[in-house]
Design a protein around this ligand. Structure first.
Ligand code: ADP
Ligand code: ZN
Ligand code: MG
Length: 503
């Protein structure tokens, strides 16, 4: 049972072991490393399907978004979806790919109950985009994975198996799908998960796909092999299917890598195969020995013209390629001096990032704005069940609010209240401060009077402080804030109390 007990070295990338008793006794123990490449499928965010006018819509009743084209009836002809082509090229450019001047569609032939045509239209040897890369962060370090290609294909229907029969829903059949293939550059489970997060974050922020895993909008096949550390040749590629989450991908690799290493150590020769991740059992199981490309009898689809994107068109798409989330994060740290943790939150949520930037650009205290954008704003949005589009005040109003705090006009407690009111009404912060009488009392005379009253009313704590119990000051300060209805300048109140008590 305890057969595989993997040991990972500190870099987290090399797998040593397992076999206790051989492993640490032998001075010449062989170390192994994992090699991982991912094939990620994402549904493109188009209004209609890839070859017909049916809606590309999640959650409709089975077989309501179908027509003769996406049902593969005889005699119909596919018409490519322009927006899907644009999103494909946009993705390629986002990932630094080249966009070949010639691309085409091919048929990948196989029998499958949820693909009525018995072939899938895909791009085989001439994809629309190729040779790019994606940088991503893992454990505070930047890694780069090369992207082999991102090509356009179509989704198939979805089978559901009931007690005594099965059903096929063709709503998903013919939905545009982008397959993003990575080079085998990933070295461990965590890295694979981080890559997937970075990739989908980039695609969501570029509006290419919603990448909602629960809705099956992202699916990922994992290819993994092991080899002696430092070897140049790749080991036998094993493909794992059926992970429903990115953490499932990580867990599958955490199981599969030691399994392969142990097999190799036992002297077994691993062979190329496809395995299935059994999430309940936490293991991978044999599924089939992997087909080769020639088994699919790929050939150019005779119903579809090759693609010859003009340079002008490619450039017009390039003009709209957004900044990658990681680059945006790095810029927030560099330009606005934000702590990495804050920048990370704003990276993951492009909408909040834009809101922050608009408010903070050219402003002296970006961190003050980030605090509201990261904490208060999402909390209110969640509370009210709305999103950023429903926010009633403009980003610049937030800057005004922070400026009021920084100028000592209101204290930070009042600022919380003002923010809540801004969110509820959309009113300007200065107007709210005025209306609610929240202006901070920084007037020395007024604060002196409040503090004197507090000391007189609390002789016990006052005596404690004088006797050296420093903590008693906090209590008195709290009383002063209370007496001022939260409006006293807290720092000034603290100083004043101390001065009066020491007098
Ligand atoms: P296939 O033709 O079987 O689909 P490819 O060579 O196109 O195989 O590669 C598919 C994926 O598998 C790519 O992401 C690639 O990086 C990865 N890959 C290829 N060979 C290996 C290997 N030996 N170990 C791990 N990953 C691999
Ligand atoms: Zn259709
Ligand atoms: Mg391939």
């Amino acid at each position: 049972m305890a057969a595989f007990r993997p040991v990972r070295d500190v870099s987290g990338t090399n797998w040593i072991g397992p076999v206790p008793g051989i492993c640490h006794k032998s001075p010449t123990v062989m170390e192994y490393e994992a090699v991982i490449g991912l094939e990620t499928h994402v549904q493109l965010k188009t209004k209609s399907k890839m070859w017909c006018g049916c809606a590309n819509e999640y959650g409709a009743s089975p077989n309501t978004n179908v027509c003769p084209v996406c049902l593969g009836m005889p005699g119909v002809l596919p018409v490519p979806n322009d927006e899907a082509l644009r999103l494909t090229v946009l993705t390629g450019l986002l990932l630094g790919c080249e966009i070949p001047a010639f691309a085409k569609f091919d048929r990948k032939n196989y029998f499958y109950p949820d693909s009525a045509k018995n072939y899938q239209i895909t791009q085989y040897d001439r994809p629309s985009t190729q040779t790019g890369h994606l940088d991503f962060e893992v454990g505070g370090e930047i890694r780069r994975v090369r992207i082999t290609r991102a090509h356009l294909e179509e989704d198939v229907g979805k089978s559901t198996h009931f007690d005594r029969h099965s059903g096929v829903d063709f709503n998903r059949g013919g939905v545009p799908l982008l397959e993003i293939v990575s080079e085998p550059d990933l070295t461990g489970p965590e890295e694979a998960q981080a890559y997937l997060n970075a990739l989908t974050e980039a695609l969501v922020s570029a509006g290419v796909s919603d990448c909602d895993m629960e809705k099956g909008m992202v699916r990922c096949d994992v290819n993994v092999s092991v080899r002696p550390k430092g070897a140049r040749e790749l080991g036998a590629k094993i493909e794992i299917k059926n992970m429903n989450t990115f953490s499932g991908v990580r867990r599958a690799l955490e199981h599969e890598i030691p399994r392969q290493i142990e097999a190799v150590r036992r002297g077994e020769k691993l062979r190329q195969e496809t395995r299935r991740w059994n999430d309940d059992a936490g293991i991978t199981e044999p599924m089939r020995s992997k087909e080769d490309a020639h088994d699919y009898r790929y050939f150019p689809d005779p119903d579809l013209l090759p693609l010859a994107p003009s340079r002008e068109w490619v450039e017009s798409v390039r003009a709209l390629v957004p900044e990658l989330p990681l680059a945006r994060k790095q810029r927030y740290v560099r330009e606005f001096g934000l702590p990495a943790g804050d920048a990370e939150v704003l990276k993951s949520n492009a909408g909040l990032g834009r809101f922050f930037e608009e408010a903070a650009r050219g402003f002296a205290n970006p961190k003050g704005i980030a605090n509201f954008v990261i904490n208060n704003l999402p909390a209110r949005l969640a509370e009210s069940g709305t999103d950023l589009s429903a926010v009633r005040f403009p980003p610049l109003a937030l800057r005004d609010l922070v400026a009021l705090v920084d100028a000592g006009r209101i204290n930070s407690k009042a600022a919380q209240e003002v923010f809540g009111e801004m969110f509820a009404t959309g009113d300007a912060p200065a107007a709210i401060v005025e209306r609610k009488g929240l202006a901070q009392v920084s007037d020395a005379g007024a604060i002196d009077a409040i503090c004197a009253e507090v000391i007189a009313a609390n002789p016990g704590p006052a005596a404690d402080f004088r006797a050296g119990k420093v903590a008693a000051l906090n209590f008195l300060k709290g009383q002063a804030m209370k007496l001022s209805k939260g409006k006293a300048n807290p720092a000034l109140a603290g100083e004043t109390l101390e001065r009066l008590l020491r007098a």
